[in-house]
Structure formats: C-alpha cells, structure tokens
Design a protein around this ligand. Structure first.
Ligand code: UDP
Length: 239
C-alpha cells in the first residue's frame, strides 16, 4: 500500500449521523465511546487534534425550513444540537484520561468555552483535544464549512472527514456495482466529475487554500490511526 505524508496536526470532522449508531435519532453512548477510543489512541501517539462535530443526528435547519419555518431559527437550533454532541464527545475523551475542551462558536459561557482562535490553538499546543461546536457560528452554513474554516485557522495539515463509506467513489456504490474507490483525486477532478465530498462552500474554502481532505470510513476500527501513520486509507483529495 502506498504511503502519504504523516499529518502532525489534524482536524477531524465527525457528522452527527455517525454518533447515532443504529438508533434513528440522538447519541449512542457505545459509538461515542468507540470514537473516543480511536481519538485518544492517535492523541497518545503524538497527533494534535481538533474535532468539528455535526448535529444532524438531532436537528438540521433545513428540516424546519422545509416545513415552512424560519431557516435562521432552524439553523440556530441545528448549531445548538452540535453543542450537545460536542459535550458528549468531550466527556467520553476525558473519561479515557485525556484532557479535552469543548469550544462553541456561539457563546454559552456557563456550558463551555467560546471558540477563540488563539485559545483553541493554545489548547492544542498544550496537548488538549479541542472539540469544536456550533460550526461557523452562522446560519446558512454547515459543519463541513466549519471544519474547513477551523482546519485553516488552526493550521491543520489535513481535514479528515469521517463518513459512513470507505471514501470517494466514481459513482454511488449503493446504486452502481461498478463504482470504484479513488485512492487520490484532485480538486479539479472533484469539480469536473461532480463528486460529492462536502457542500460547495466547504469544498471551495479547502480547495482555494490547498487544504488536503481525506475522506474515510469512521466506523472502520483503526482507520484514523492508520491515516495518521501515513497509510493510504480512504481517499485523499488534494491539488
Ligand atoms: N449549522 C449552521 N451553521 C453552521 C453549522 C451548522 O447553521 O456553521 C446548523 C445547520 O442547521 C445544520 C445543523 O447546524 O443543518 C447541523 O449541522 P450539519 O448539518 O453540518 O451536521 P452533520 O450533517 O455533520 O451532522
């Protein structure tokens, strides 16, 4: 298997959906514990980690908009959902003996720290895992955009997007049996072939700033550690 550069500082994007496990809604404690174990393993091996958490397991703003409700209110609710998930992940990491800090883009000082760029960077320098909630802090964005933004702000070497599938395929593997998994793909190919990696705003931010993205299966045990060790796991999207 081919090798890749070893990322020293990473931003891991965990979707809310991933935290749900087999439940139809909410947080599955066993799944959160399993992710925390993987995160702690790479932290203990020396990697600096920031995690951006989604909220789709609890609430998405577009759902309220689809029912004729106010999108901005819905997005505020979605961002609050990410805070719940971040607190669950922070607690699970700390239970395993590693210091973690949930930081929210929306101020709620009695619950967790507010995201401040220099403070988050300092936590990472101090070997704490930062768990970032609230996405970008603005409606009409997603936590994928939050992930690309924070990865750039915190000077991460790569954005690791944990998904339910093994990486980026030439077509939807659930619909097309001939679909093949890409080991690497360029930003240009992603656009030309209309491959679905993340929403356009998030992808543009990554591409315009040459931020490498690795899409991998978050449910595959050991995948995170192998990526950090430089193994070609999942799909690398870069220039
Ligand atoms: N959200 C938002 N601004 C952001 C990030 C998230 O308004 O910068 C809201 C939006 O309503 C979104 C919800 O929070 O649907 C949950 O985030 P997302 O859908 O990205 O979660 P995921 O799909 O990763 O679980």
């Amino acid at each position: 298997m081919s090798e890749r550069p070893r990322p020293k500082r990473i931003l891991l994007k965990l979707s809310g959906e991933a935290l749900m496990g087999n439940q139809p809604f909410g947080i599955d404690d066993n799944v959160v514990r399993a992710f925390a174990t993987e995160i702690v393993a790479v932290h203990n091996a020396g990697t600096e980690l920031a995690i951006v958490i989604g909220g789709g397991n609890i609430f998405r703003g577009v759902a309220i908009a689809a029912r004729g409700g106010d999108r901005v209110t819905g997005d505020h609710m979605g961002m609050l959902a990410t805070v719940m998930n971040a607190l669950a992940v922070e607690a699970a990491i700390e239970r395993l003996g590693v210091s973690a800090r949930a930081m929210s883009a929306i101020e709620m000082p009695s619950v967790c720290e507010t995201y401040v760029h220099r403070r988050a960077a300092w936590h990472m320098d101090e070997r704490r895992v930062v768990v970032l909630a609230g996405g970008t802090g603005n409606p009409f964005f997603t936590t994928d955009s939050g992930a690309a933004l924070r990865a750039l702000e915190l000077e991460c070497d790569a954005l690791l997007k944990g998904t339910q599938v093994d990486g980026v395929y030439s077509a939807d593997p659930r619909l097309d049996p001939t679909a093949t998994l890409y080991e690497t793909v360029s930003y240009q190919e992603v656009i030309a072939k209309d491959l679905q990696i993340m929403d356009t705003a998030a992808f543009s931010l990554a591409r315009d700033n040459s931020l490498p993205i690795i899409v991998f299966n978050i449910h595959q045990p050991g995948a995170l550690a192998r990526i950090v060790a430089g193994e070609a796991v999942g799909t690398l999207i870069s220039g």
